[in-house]
Write a protein that binds this ligand. Structure first.
Ligand SMILES: Cc1cc2nc3c(=O)[nH]c(=O)nc-3n(C[C@H](O)[C@H](O)[C@H](O)COP(=O)(O)OP(=O)(O)OC[C@H]3O[C@@H](n4cnc5c(N)ncnc54)[C@H](O)[C@@H]3O)c2cc1C
Ligand code: FES
Length: 276
């Protein structure tokens, strides 16, 4: 019999990390391994309430457990934030396109994240770390409203930089607080040559964040000389089926769930609704 496309796999919440006042990372153990690639998304089902799409923030090399970093914004995410270790939920997927890591090999990677967009980017980073010899350098630039809104700051400070000169990480905040010594300003500020010594002709750039943030970051990257086909971003759209059938996520000629969520800027530049 054909497997039911919409039937979730049961998963247990193993651990929960409170990243910021509004963002938690959930460690989930599905009843059977889930194989995904960085950038793809899954649908999480809260029993009796509904489902919503999220992108794993954990290493794609680990299939027995999956971490997902979730911002509380409404009905489903409220219910998820109220759940405890030991509770169960459903996962279906993975769906959609992934970051084309094979094509990135040999090129410098600039990763730019904001808010909860850093989740998918952490998954990408883990995949790049596993293959680090094939990348001349990885530059990570992340922004948040304030220091307490920065996600993964501790891991970035303590572990991501363990790869020596190959990984260069910098955070910025829109509003500083006492004790903050880093740059202050929106994330585009730290894409300036003063803070970011990158090689747009040789490298690729990947970003994830709010539509507004990605619009402005794209502009900065184009100004710095990145080609539209070397800039990748992840789009979020209202979704239902997640598998290209219902039309909920339609944008121009694309179904975001099926043709995305990872797109190149070159694919999107003729679609102004990308930034809605
Ligand atoms: C492919 C994909 C991957 C995603 N990955 C993640 C992830 O890794 N982590 C994460 O936290 N979220 C992620 N999202 C967003 C997440 O799906 C939504 O936040 C979620 O569906 C909101 O459901 P809700 O029932 O809690 O909110 P609702 O009750 O439906 O909405 C409450 C409020 O939140 C707003 N809202 C709804 N969707 C979004 C959204 N996408 N972004 C911002 N505000 C929204 C609504 O406009 C409304 O004002 C992803 C979305 C997509 C399409
Ligand atoms: S969510 Fe149904 S077509 Fe994309």
């Amino acid at each position: 019999m054909k497997p039911n496309l919409y039937m979730p796999i049961k998963a247990t919440i193993e651990h929960i990390v409170e990243e910021t006042p509004a963002i938690k990372t959930f460690g989930l153990r599905p009843q059977e391994p889930i194989v995904f690639q960085a950038g793809q998304f899954v649908e999480l089902t809260v029993p009796g309430l509904g489902e919503a799409p999220f992108t794993p923030s954990s290493s794609p090399a680990i299939t027995s457990e999956m971490e997902i970093t979730i911002m509380r914004v409404g009905r489903v995410t409220d219910a998820l934030h109220d759940m405890k270790a030991g509770d169960t939920l459903g996962i279906r997927g993975p769906y959609g396109t992934a970051y084309p890591i094979e094509q990135f090999r040999g090129r410098e990677i600039l990763i730019v994240g904001g808010g909860c967009g850093v989740g998918p980017l952490r998954s990408l980073l883990f995949a790049l770390f596993d293959d680090i010899d094939h990348f001349p350098g990885i530059i990570v630039r992340m922004g948040a409203k304030s220091p307490q809104d920065l996600v993964f700051r501790e891991a970035a400070a303590n572990r991501w930089g363990e790869r020596g000169d190959k990984v260069d990480v910098l955070f910025s905040v829109d509003h500083a607080e006492p004790g903050w010594t880093g740059p202050v300003g929106v994330v585009t500020k730290i894409l300036d040559p003063k803070y970011t010594d990158c090689n747009p002709q040789q490298g690729v750039a990947v970003m994830c964040g709010s539509p507004m943030m990605m619009k402005y970051v794209s502009g900065s990257l184009l100004e710095r000389g990145y080609a539209p086909e070397d800039i990748y971003l992840s789009l979020e759209r209202n979704m239902s089926c997640g598998v290209g059938k219902c039309g909920h996520c339609r944008m121009g000629q694309y179904h975001v769930c099926y043709d995305g969520p990872v797109f190149s800027y070159a694919q999107l530049q003729a679609l102004p609704e990308s930034w809605d």
